[in-house]
Design a protein around this ligand. Sequence first.
Ligand code: HEM
Length: 476
Amino acid sequence: MAVDFCVAMLVGFVGFVMGGLVLNHFLPLLLNLKLLGLLPKGTFGWPVLGETLSFLKPHPANSVGTFLQDHCSRYGKVFKSHLFFSPTVVSCDEELNYFILQNEDKLFQCSYPKPIHGILGKISMLVAVGDTHRRLRNFALSLVTTTRSKPEFLNDVERTVVQILDSWKDKKQINFCEDARKFTFDVIAKQVLGLTPDEPQTKKILEDFLTFMRGLISFPLYIPGTPYARAVQARSRISSTVKSIIEHRRNHAGNSSKRSDFLEILLSVNTLSDDEKVSFVLDSLLGGYETTSLLMAMVVHFLGQSAAALEQLKLEHQNIRSMKKKDVLLSWEDYKKMEFTQNVINEALRYGNIVKFVHRKALKDVKFKDYVIPSGWKVLPVFSAVHLDPSLHASALQFHPWRWETQDQTCKKFTPFGGGSRCCPGSELAKVEVAFFLHHLVQNFRFEIEDNDHPIAYPYVDFQRGLVLNVEYCSI
Ligand code: HEM
């Protein structure tokens, strides 16, 4: 009897939830009858899930994938769908993508799925909106502008590069993604918290941080033991560690006058609360770790297939080195001379598509060209579709760094770091790290990539086997 009751309750509850979700699936249409004729073409797919599973189907990162290919050829570059439990407009159109990014907080707003908020916390810059976002962001921008060209930062980056590459000298084969992640974590932990790789706190943060990252891409089920629940706990442990570092710094203020990390500057501002400061540290670690190491991997992967680009890169770096005394570290002026390196980095960003799309929602009914995006709908500007569009980029499906000799990198058709008031504040830091890494890599090593190890968009990008490289030390 009790069991029957429970089953009946369960069935009733599931029915209620499913009914709600199905209603949520079709409600947008009923509510927006007057807009029906103006909606972009497309289909909502299955009840509840819509087309989410086909949208998320893995594909090579330097392709748009069959879902977008099919939908664009059937409905055009802007189409409606039902994704992540919400009616959605997907945009593969450079003009609409630009319009969305430029109208943040006016017509559209950043809107990452709720479980992400659960892990990042409400005051993370990546999910915060309005005034909180503006305050955090202004602070981040001023910090990056003062940091990126400072010798302390540049020297730290270069020393970390040399350390990693030294460890390759006696090896024949390495897992590149693993080492690249270690490199970017060491750089960002030093830059943000002033921590060196051997300190116990660095290891503790790294361990918790990896759990945190695994949770971000897991199924959002908050039951003890699931990756999602572990990630929420890991975030709270990182918070405690960072808070104790902050406390320690405050108690020892005066002893640290030579420090130039983010935390030192954070401690001196009174426009942010302690929780916001902790969240800022987490955002920097999160933003600066995976994306930058992936960019390094993309560059190395594509260079491994382009002997001409690798040769030109080598010449550029030999040239820069030949004008410096032995063992003198690279400067901001040297970085500015790395023109072909910039072209290679831009091309890897375009062709590799580290961030395939971003999440937005419409704040009101928005008319764009011939169609209307209804208020409350999810909007996904897909950057990869624009980056790989042959009508916008000649030979779009080829790695061709030379295109950037004549093409402006600040254009609507190239948005690897997003745009508008949410454009990535860390872009220049990432590029410096990759450029300095290449400087030492191409002059000291010959490398060869193993076949069949390609970047795949899951849609977060990863290499199937971690990018296995055969390396040979050959200092010139
Ligand atoms: C290759 C490296 C990187 C790529 C491809 C990348 C890409 C992006 C993109 C596309 C966005 C926009 C997200 C949106 O509009 O919803 C973004 C935002 C952000 N990135 Fe990066 N990023 C990189 C490196 C970094 C680094 C090194 C840091 C920090 C040190 C960083 C910190 C952030 C932060 C805090 C935001 C949120 C900005 C805001 O909402 O105002 N990123 N990034």
